[in-house]
Design a binder for this molecule. Structure first.
Ligand code: ZN
Length: 67
């Protein structure tokens, strides 16, 4: 009477094995965990500015003078 409800991997949507045999929860496998991590990094790069370096260089607009 202690059956936990099956969890679905957020990456591949397959049922993830129980915690006792799956240390990658909530993912079903190391592969899916890596995929999620890669997505997270992609999003982080999009959302935030790089932590290193200075402000992005302003591009010269001299050649776009609408006069
Ligand atoms: Zn998966």
């Amino acid at each position: 009477m202690s059956d936990a409800p099956p969890r679905r991997c957020p990456i591949c949507d397959k049922p993830a094995p129980a915690r006792e045999v799956n240390r990658f929860l909530p993912f079903c496998s190391a592969r899916c965990k890596d995929i999620d991590l890669a997505r997270w990094f992609d999003g982080a790069y999009v959302i935030s500015r790089p932590l290193f370096g200075e402000a992005p260089p302003l591009e010269a607009t001299d050649d776009e003078d609408p006069s």
